[in-house]
Design a protein around this ligand. Structure first.
Ligand code: FES
Length: 148
């Protein structure tokens, strides 16, 4: 039985501690509801837009264009582009025209022109990039566009 003494709060005991716990829990839920979107916004990263690099068509007779960040090949199925950054430790790979494969000068990882790993310490294939065409008004391809 609760009795009231003048000027004193008599809300002590198990009911008041449960009430205080419930109030704290509700405060936590309200804080989470309002702070979550804020933290989400602060931590939000906008994905970078792809960088587009144009390579004038046609490709050289070798069928390969060596860009700073990519190798562009002309194949029977169409143009393909792969990254020049080695998946081992990040050295810049080169295409060996006479051997028909891509080789890393640092630790000699080798890849096919489509980026598939053949040998070496690199464990992953080279990333491929999308290639689209830029045409003139008559439908002729005037450039390849590599989406980095
Ligand atoms: S960085 Fe290319 S093989 Fe090591």
């Amino acid at each position: 039985m609760n009795t009231t003494v003048a000027g004193k709060d008599n809300r002590t005991g198990p009911d008041s501690s449960r009430r205080a716990l419930l109030v704290r829990w509700m405060q936590g839920v309200v804080a989470a509801v309002f702070l979550y979107p804020l933290f989400r916004f602060i931590g939000h990263r906008i994905p970078p837009k792809p960088r587009l690099v144009e390579v004038p068509a046609p490709l050289p007779l070798s069928g390969v264009h060596t860009g700073h960040d990519f190798l562009l090949f002309s194949t029977q199925e169409g143009p393909t582009a792969v990254s020049r950054i080695c998946t081992h430790l990040g050295c810049r790979v080169n295409y060996q025209q006479d051997k028909q494969y891509i080789e890393c000068p640092c630790h000699q990882s080798r890849f096919t022109p489509d980026g598939t790993r053949i040998a070496g310490p690199a464990e992953k294939n080279l990333p491929q990039y999308e290639v689209t065409f830029k045409e003139n008004g008559e439908g002729q391809v005037i450039a390849y566009v590599v989406h980095l």
